[in-house]
Design a protein around this ligand. Structure first.
Ligand SMILES: *Cc1c(COP(=O)(O)O)cnc(C)c1O
Length: 494
């Protein structure tokens, strides 16, 4: 015998049953919400919720299921308020294998650097205060000595005061560093650049546009694929108003030109600049502070030149990012001849581009790790140093733990991780990938569901498989990835 259906309450009755905004706010649940979100916000949300309920009462909703009790409504309110006040920036798990992923925040920061950041930024500090004299100091000093020690250790030191003495300053990012250097060293004059290096890097950083904004005039030489040192030499103008003020070399960063190509060596450019008395600037983009060949012999990142290599070659000013191969905070770094760096430092624009205390703190901590040779304290470097075998062991462990998830087809395969961030476009690091496919749904659907995880997991999709590269997954995140994969199978929830 069927149970008799409860008679459906009529709309007018139901509307009377709904509490008022005030009743909701004065309830213990309402008070608790106000303590977290503020009374005004809760009141607004309660008003909107009750308004919506009244409309639903009149509409065709199943009235027996409608919640009218204060506790139920407060619970609905709590969910809405939590959603509305959730942060926009979220932690994600990078399973793409792209170490310096520009869309995912580039270089992750190490625990030591973050502890130092908290220590420095949670209170006052000596950012611009000279503790010895009690007078105003310069923020530059906090990173300068570490850069100097690092370069000295790499055999790049020149005696202080000598013509080739080195100096380093930092600004907000490398785009700012390039603009500032061009404006300081070449405003009103010409800058010679090879047509093969007129690059665009991510969105709006294009060499010709940056040049125009700097007030310098771009003088293109050579062709897209071939430029010779004679092309630079012919373009030099040392008379009149078109005076050549700078030779610029730009790292190609995100692409390669192969085939019938020619490019002068750095040594040729240095020789030309010195002979004609014109400084040579190099926008290195992803400046490595370690000697790649020496410190990461297992890596063979071909074509990736370190900052030290450029200094030793005799480049006058080098610009590079803090959060690419360096593995530190977002910053633009200018290293070079002390007299040129002093001109850059005294530019009015420096103030507009200066880095704040957060950057200085994280940069100093990162540089101290370099000086101490503690490369594993820098997460991006630690990830680069992982071998394919180490990553393979972690992938196999997940594979084994998922053995009974028959609804997914899993396999550990060989693949490649990428440096990203415009570093070494042509080189990849051998890795092992956990390849996942499902007979029930497409790889894109699996990827969407991984992104919907509480901590979103970002993965590559290739050949209708989701590929997880654990190189860029922090070791302590393996368990989160495993739990998400268990949940992906229909046995979990579909
Ligand atoms: C990445 C890059 C830039 C821009 O650096 P940001 O730190 O992202 O501003 C400029 N030049 C080159 C060659 C680069 O690779």
């Amino acid at each position: 015998m069927a149970t008799p259906r409860k008679p459906e309450p009529d709309a007018a009755n139901l509307r009377r049953m709904l509490p008022s905004v005030d009743e909701l706010l004065r309830s213990p649940e309402g008070e608790a919400l106000a303590a977290v979100h503020g009374r005004r916000t809760v009141k607004e949300a309660a008003r909107a919720l009750l308004q919506q309920m009244r409309i639903e009462v009149c509409g065709g909703v199943n009235r027996t299921e409608l919640a009218t009790g204060v506790a139920d409504l407060a619970a609905m309110l709590a969910i809405r308020l939590a959603e509305a006040s959730a942060p926009s920036l979220r932690r994600v798990i990078n399973a793409t294998g792209v170490i310096l992923h520009t869309n995912l925040g580039r270089a992750p920061l190490g625990a030591g650097a973050l502890a130092f950041l908290t220590e420095i930024a949670s209170g006052y500090n000596n950012l611009e205060f000279d503790l010895a004299t009690g007078e105003r100091g310069k923020r530059d000093v906090h990173v300068q000595q570490w850069f100097a020690r690092l370069f000295a250790a790499q055999g790049c030191a020149a005696p202080p005061g000598s013509a080739s003495a080195l100096s380093t300053v930092i600004v907000n990012n490398n785009a700012a560093a390039v603009l500032l250097a061009l404006n300081s060293l070449a405003e009103g004059g010409e800058v010679i650049v090879s047509r093969g290096e007129l690059v665009e890097i991510g969105g709006s950083f294009r060499i010709p546009e940056v040049m125009a904004k700097s007030g310098a005039v771009l003088r293109e030489v050579g062709t897209t694929n071939r430029t010779r040192i004679a092309d630079y030499e012919r373009a030099i103008d040392s008379s009149g108003t078109r005076k050549t003020k700078l030779l610029l070399r730009v790292h190609r960063s995100n692409f390669e030109i192969t085939g019938f190509t020619e490019q002068p060596t750095l040594a040729e450019l240095v020789e030309l600049g010195q002979r004609r008395g014109i400084p040579l600037m190099e926008d290195l983009g992803s400046g490595a502070l370690i000697n790649m060949q020496h410190d990461l012999p297992s890596l063979s990142i071909h074509g990736e030149q370190g900052v030290g290599d450029s200094i030793r070659a005799g480049v006058d000013v080098i610009t590079y990012s803090g959060d690419k191969l360096l593995g530190g905070p977002q910053a633009g770094i200018l290293t070079g001849r002390a007299d040129l760096i002093a001109r850059i430092r005294s530019n009015q624009m420096f103030r507009a581009f200066r880095a704040d205390k957060l950057i200085y703190a994280v940069m100093e901590a990162t540089l101290r790790s370099y000086v101490a040779g503690q490369y594993d304290a820098i997460p991006a470097l630690a990830m680069m140093r992982l071998s394919a075998e180490q990553i393979g062991e972690r992938a196999e462990r997940l594979h084994a733990a998922l053995a009974d998830q028959t609804s997914l087809s899993l396999e550990v395969i060989a693949g490649e991780s990428l440096m990203g961030g415009g570093a070494a476009p042509g080189s990849a690091l051998p890795t092992r990938l956990l390849a996942i496919a499902s007979p029930q749904c497409s790889a894109n659907t699996l990827a969407v569901r991984l992104r919907a995880n509480l901590v979103p997991i970002i993965a590559r999709v290739e050949d209708n498989r989701v590929l997880l590269d654990l190189r860029t997954v922090l070791p302590e995140q393996d368990e989160t990835v495993l739990a998400a994969l268990q949940f992906l199978s229909p046995a979990g929830a579909v």
